[in-house]
Design a protein around this ligand. Structure first.
Ligand code: ADP
Ligand code: ASP
Ligand code: MG
Length: 428
């Protein structure tokens, strides 16, 4: 069994969906399971629906209607002539009940919001945002079926069992394994990334960008021979090509190195994805959906990264904090424990830490907009200075040239080096 994951960028429009067909026709459909994310920026649009709904603005309904229109447009485009797509397939697709299916999802979403009484934001988030994946997989499944690639649509909520930590649910492995093995062992199937359900049958999500993780969960439970994540880049590069120039394709990455890269913020792989795969030594391929035959990147139990080259990661829009005792006393274990308690209470993600005798410096991501509360609580006991809008650069396997390149022309706030990793905080 092989698992293929197609992300939002790969199904953002009709050309993307047609390309999914092309990729699986090129690579073969035997022993294959597909995991598909929401189309393009649908998840962000659904987040906007919740925000508007929570402000008691009725125009959340307009936002849902807009999403409905966008999906219908893709369906219409898929039903139109295109090279390589036979007339007979188009007729079958146009005559399918896909538009009805999409309408039913939209109506059920509206109904859910109208009836909703819950004040639990994370619960509501999962019930709403999960619709993006339901819409996309319905459309891709209908198209593949029309094009003589028989595929079974599966509801990931029947496959992936989780706890009820909405927005960041943890997988219940035994239950999921049993369900997945029962449901997915035979025919080509397609399911949603990112979503699961709790023991009461409510929808849960695995964290933003969680579709890669879904692919890994399925691969683990089905003892797959490999997972391929299809991307708009040739594979994992030694830096985000939107930020760094002259990037190099990494051909082989050891699991441990990929985990390090994900830990430091390389957004190309979701951090949770690697752990289940490493456990069973299932290789993770990252390949270009435009050139499916190209070899791309493989993440495996190889001993070393190939080619050997510095890798660059940047995390933007962080907050730099310098915390010192009020009376010039040492920052000791009890202070550090206290500071971390505050960071955890305010859900801050810590990017880098450095301590000296009387101060403690760190860089945090304020995902949940709680920086003001954190500062207030820390300032009651410490002297705190903070700088918002900073970037954290990490260079793995750095050398002089790569350090110079990252540092050039930037206002440096802090630099830290270990044998393998150099980190730099700069003001944006
Ligand atoms: P998906 O459609 O699977 O969600 P993403 O948009 O999350 O895909 O990821 C693909 C993007 O990740 C690329 O377009 C690229 O800009 C970015 N990216 C960030 N870091 C890297 C990296 N090290 N190598 C390749 N791409 C990277
Ligand atoms: N659609 C979800 C998101 O945008 C999950 C994913 O794409 O991986 O976060
Ligand atoms: Mg993504």
């Amino acid at each position: 069994m092989r698992i293929y994951k197609f992300g939002g960028a790969s199904v953002k429009d009709a050309d993307g969906v047609r390309n999914v067909l092309n990729v699986i026709q090129t690579m073969g459909t035997e022993d294959l399971g597909l995991v598909v994310s929401a189309m393009g920026k649908t998840t962000n649009a659904l987040e906007a629906v919740i925000e508007t709904y929570q402000k008691n603005h009725n125009n959340y309904l307009d936002l849902i209607d807009e999403l409905h229109r966008q999906h219908l447009q893709i369906i219409d485009a898929l039903g139109s002539k295109s090279p390589g797509i036979e007339e007979e397939w188009l007729v079958r697709f146009r005559e399918s009940d896909i538009k009805k299916g999409i309408k039913a999802i939209i109506e059920s979403l509206k109904g859910e919001l109208l009836r909703n009484k819950s004040r639990n934001y994370s619960f509501l988030y999962d019930q709403v945002v999960s619709n993006g994946e339901l819409l996309s997989t319905r459309i891709v499944a209908a198209f593949l079926n029309a094009c003589e690639v028989p595929v079974q649509w599966k509801d990931a909520r029947q496959l992936i069992s989780t706890d009820n930590k909405y927005r960041d649910a943890a997988v219940q492995w035994e239950e999921s394994e049993q369900r997945i093995q029962e449901a997915c062992s035979d025919q080509l199937f397609i399911t949603q990334g990112f979503i699961g359900s709790d023991e009461n049958g409510f929808t849960t999500t695995l964290g933003r960008e969680g579709s890669d993780y879904t692919a890994a969960i399925l691969a683990y439970c089905l003892n797959a021979s490999g997972v391929t994540i299809w991307k708009d880049v040739p594979g994992v590069l030694n830096g985000d090509p939107r930020v760094f120039q002259n990037t190099v394709l990494l051909e082989t990455i050891p699991y441990s190195e990929a985990i390090e890269l994900a830990f430091y913020g390389a957004s190309v792989i979701h951090p949770k994805t690697l752990q289940p795969l490493q456990g069973k030594e299932i290789p993770l391929y990252v390949k270009s959906f435009l050139n499916p035959k190209d070899s791309g990147t493989v993440i495996t139990s190889a001993p070393e990264i190939k080619p050997s080259t510095p890798c660059f990661i940047v995390r933007k829009n962080l907050v730099f904090l310098r915390i010192a005792s009020r009376d010039f006393s040492f920052i000791g274990e009890h202070n550090i424990s206290d500071i971390f308690h505050e960071l955890s209470t305010h859900k801050m993600q810590v990017g880098l830490i450095q301590n000296s005798a009387i101060s403690f410096s760190l860089c945090v991501e304020d995902k949940y907009h709680k920086i003001k509360d954190l500062l207030r609580d820390l300032e009651s006991r410490y002297k705190v200075s903070h700088v918002e809008g900073v970037s954290l650069y990490t260079v793995r396997h750095y050398d002089d040239a790569s350090m110079e390149m990252v540092e050039a022309g930037k206002e440096k706030l802090l630099k830290q080096r270990t044998q393998e990793t150099m980190q730099l905080i700069v003001k944006d």
